[in-house]
Each structure stands twice: as C-alpha cells, then as structure tokens.
Design a protein around this ligand. Structure first.
Ligand code: ADP
Ligand code: MG
Length: 367
C-alpha cells in the first residue's frame, strides 16, 4: 500500500493557540466566573460582585475592590503565560495564590468579547482595555478591577452548542461562587442575574458563612471537626523555614505542623440520594479528589448504606510544598506528596466527628 506523503508542519498562529488552550480552561460560563473570582481573591478583594446575563452566555461581569492593575501592565495581564504570581520554578512549588499559569484572561479573551477596567490606589482614574481592539481608554471606577466578558464562544460555535439552558448555566455559575464563598467567609459576595439579586453573602465567621450558603439545616445536621496531623516527614533543605501557607479566610494554620483539617461532617441521618453537598478545599482551592472522597466514604462505611451520600465541607490546609496544584489546567485536581497520610488524616477526622455525635446523642438520651 502506498504511504500518503508527509504533511507540512506549521506553527499555529497565536490566536489559534489561545483558542485551543481556552478549550481546557473555559468549558462554560461557570469556568469564566471561577477564574475571574480567583483573580479577584488573589488581588486581595474584600468584596466581589458577579453580574450575569442569560446564564453568563450573554455577559459575565466580575467586579472587585482588590489592588487593581497598573495601566502600564494592563496589556500584559491579557497576554498568554503572563502572570504576576510566580516568577520561578521554586515559587511554583510553594504557590499560595489561586492563579499562577497566566492563562485565564488570555484564554477567555480568545473566546469572547472581553474588556478589563482597573484602577490602582494611586491612579487618578481607571483605565479600560478592550481585548480585541487593544484600545485603551479612560474609565470611571474606584480602586479594583472589573472584567467584562460578552458573547462567550461567539467565535467557536461548536463550543456554544454544548451549552445547556440559561437556567442550567446560571446554576453552575452560582455554584462556582458558592465554592468561593464557603472558602472565603471574610469576603463579601453578590451574584446578580438579569438585574436581579440571586444571592448575597456578607463577610461573616466560618460557621455563619456555612449556614448562609448551605442553610441552617446543613449546620444542624452536621458536626464540626478540627483535626491536625503531621509533620508529614518532609525533609527540608537546611536553612529553609518550616512555614505553612499564610492564613486564608480564617482557616489558616500558621505555625502548626503538617496538615490541618477543619469542616463539618454531615450526620448519617441527613444523608442524601445525590452527592450534591460534598465540598473539599485544599489551601482555599476547591478540588475534587478521589483519594479524599474515598477516605471520607470509608469513614461513613458503617453508618451509611447503599447509594446514600454524606454531606460535608472539608478545608484542608497543608504546606504548599506538599501538594502539587499544577496537575490540571483548571486546578480542580491536585496531587499530594504523601497521599497515605492525607487519607489517614481525613478518615480519622470524619470518624472522630461521627463518633462524637453518637456519644453526644447517648449522653443526651441519658440526661
Ligand atoms: P494568573 O491568575 O494565573 O496570573 P490570569 O490570566 O488570570 O493569570 O491573570 C493575569 C494577571 O492579571 C494576574 O497575574 C494579575 O497580575 C492580573 N489580574 C487579573 N485579574 C486581576 C484582578 N481582578 N485584580 C488585579 N489583578 C488582576
Ligand atoms: Mg487567574
């Protein structure tokens, strides 16, 4: 059989490279919301406002009161692989910010009509940069950043076809903000859709925020736990301090060794038919992790039967060197240096929380 002649190898144009990369980062409006809120939190925002039109497909606007972007840096912010968050491999290994890949804004810009308006504390006024035209203009806003994303996937109809109804896309957007809101009770969040307020959470304590976001029933039907373990046997190069991630939103564990687990374990009686109330964060980042869900599942082994699903929130704080967050473009997956130790600690935290709730019941019954 005759071989086909080799085809010509070409370097792809920049725009196409970004659009291909965007496929990994931007799946739907909720992915945009997640990336933009990540950026707002990385900028030290105390208030984050999310405004949506048509489930986020028509428009997504995220406004924050963070540090802002200096006007001279605005064009760089939209460039692929441009970031203010890391500068070296060493910094990647101990990264404490949500972002570090320098991809999100470039990716979003390549599949939408995007503009960024920003103002730093010392600027006389804000500036807006239009991603497509590159046009820079004066704008009005207080310190912070507003990113506006319109007509998502307008140029990539194949992607657009995969979008669900506006109501479904809206629900995913709201869920993305809930995940942030649970991890950062110290920050105020508001979500608007078509000019109507959908949800709003004012800065609060961890407990209060959990109740505000997941409902009083969840709090009533769950038990709080606090568990720490470690050190995890890391051998550090001499001279390197044994410091953990800076405290984030009240769940910090500065000065404590190894790993700290806090959260709430849902009582078996309040189990659900769907796994829709299972939240895990690692150093403030919402993750899905088979190892962790397995550990939790095993803690419920004797008390939950069949397909019943436990509800829980679990905040894991661990030295950033002990977890690799650069596994997946959306960073929803992480890899632990010592998976076994994590598994054990998580399982123990949940077993203890559930055992305590049972002994409390017995004590309550005797009284
Ligand atoms: P990354 O977050 O991985 O650095 P992004 O593409 O999301 O990449 O953002 C690029 C850069 O733009 C960030 O590193 C940051 O310097 C700046 N930036 C983006 N959003 C904001 C914001 N809301 N406030 C301040 N700076 C921002
Ligand atoms: Mg980012």
């Amino acid at each position: 059989p005759e071989l086909a002649p080799p085809r010509v190898i070409r370097e792809l144009p920049d725009e196409l490279i970004s659009q291909i990369a965007a496929g990994e980062v931007v799946e739907r409006p909720a992915s945009v919301v997640r990336e933009l809120v990540d950026n707002a939190l990385d900028a030290g925002a105390k208030n984050v406002l999310v405004k949506l039109m048509a489930g986020g497909v028509r428009a997504i606007v995220v406004e924050d009161d963070g540090c802002g972007i200096p006007v001279t840096q605005l064009p760089l912010a939209l460039k692929r692989h441009a970031t203010s968050k890391i500068a070296s491999l060493g910094e990647l290994e101990s990264v404490a910010t949500m972002g570090f890949r320098g991809e999100a804004l470039a990716a979003i810009a390549s599949v939408s009509e995007m503009s960024v308006a920003s103002r730093t504390a010392d600027a006389a006024h804000a500036h807006r940069l239009d991603a497509r035209s590159g046009e820079l203009s004066a704008a009005a806003r207080s310190r912070g950043t507003s990113v506006e994303v319109r007509e998502l996937f307008f140029a990539t109809p194949a992607r657009r076809k995969f979008l669900k109804t506006d109501a479904t896309e809206l629900a995913h957007c709201v869920e993305a903000v809930r995940r942030h809101a649970l991890a950062r009770p110290d920050v105020g969040f508001a979500i608007w859709h078509e000019g109507k307020l959908v949800d709003q959470w004012r800065a609060a304590s961890v407990e209060q925020r959990i109740s505000d976001v997941l409902g009083e029933d969840f709090v009533h039907d769950s038990r709080a736990f606090e568990h720490s373990a470690g050190p995890l046997g890391v051998i550090r190069p001499p001279g390197q301090a044994n410091v953990l991630a800076a405290p984030r939103g009240g769940q910090g564990n500065l000065g404590r060794p190894g790993i700290s687990l806090t959260g709430r374990a849902g009582l078996p009686e309040a189990s659900r038919s769907r796994a829709d109330q299972q939240y895990v964060w690692v150093n403030g980042r919402y993750v899905r992790d088979k190892l962790i869900s397995h550990a939790i599942r095993s803690a419920y082994e004797d008390v939950l039967h069949g397909q019943r699903q436990p509800s829980y929130v679990l905040f894991i704080e661990i030295a950033p060197e002990l977890v690799d967050v650069n596994v997946h473009p959306t960073k929803i997956e992480v890899r632990f240096r010592d998976g076994r130790a994590i598994h054990q600690a998580v399982r123990r935290a949940f077993i203890d929380a559930l055992a305590q709730s049972r002994s409390a019941e017995v004590a309550g019954g005797e009284a």
